[in-house]
Write a protein that binds this ligand. Sequence first.
Ligand SMILES: [Zn+2]
Length: 99
Amino acid sequence: MRSLFLLFAILSFASPTKEELRKQIAELKVKAFEIQTQVDLLEAQLKDIETAEANQPLPAAKSTAPVKVRCAGHTKDGQRCTRHADPGSRFCWQHKTKR
Ligand SMILES: [Zn+2]
């Protein structure tokens, strides 16, 4: 990087004066500051996204949610009941009340 800059400086200014060098150094320092500011901004954005991801429920937490279980009962014509079983039960409200 340093050698590249020196090459660039030699090509641009065959015999740079002290003032020209100081001016170029000052300009590069401004650019460096701008780039650092952009890096800080992007890092802040990345951190925001990572924080948002970290606050999302884990997939394991989702599995603890109530799972819809189909009722184990049968209708009067012998078909499997199509209702969802009540939480913590194998039967829906209708078939549970019969037992
Ligand atoms: Zn049922």
